[in-house]
Design a protein around this ligand. Structure first.
Ligand SMILES: [Zn+2]
Length: 101
């Protein structure tokens, strides 16, 4: 989890980033980023986005609520999307621009 990365889609600072084992590829991870702009229309992200709207940080007082909302978000987005040729080309272009540095 981090707050120092930028969204690869829009450049906005991410609220968090989650890595977990990829369900289809051995020895690979599935990274899911939470962007306040790009994920605003995703119903799966509404709970965790609402948390960060109210609480700017995770503290001892709100960590239980955070954990519940984080698990809900992860469970609702458990299956990574299949990679389309267009998405692959966009990622290659972003890599060549240095967006992943
Ligand atoms: Zn974004």
């Amino acid at each position: 989890m981090t707050t120092s990365l930028s969204c690869h889609r829009c450049g906005t600072e991410l609220l968090l980033s989650s890595d977990r084992p990829h369900p289809r590829f051995a020895n690979a991870i599935y990274r899911r980023n939470l962007c306040p702009q790009c994920d605003a229309a995703d119903p799966a992200a509404h709970g965790i986005l609402a948390f960060f709207t109210v609480h700017r940080q995770v503290t001892d007082d709100n960590i239980e609520v955070f954990g519940k909302l984080l698990r809900e978000w992860i469970e609702r987005t458990a299956e990574p999307p299949l990679v389309t040729p267009e998405a692959f080309d966009e990622d290659v272009e972003a890599f060549n621009r240095g967006d992943f540095d």
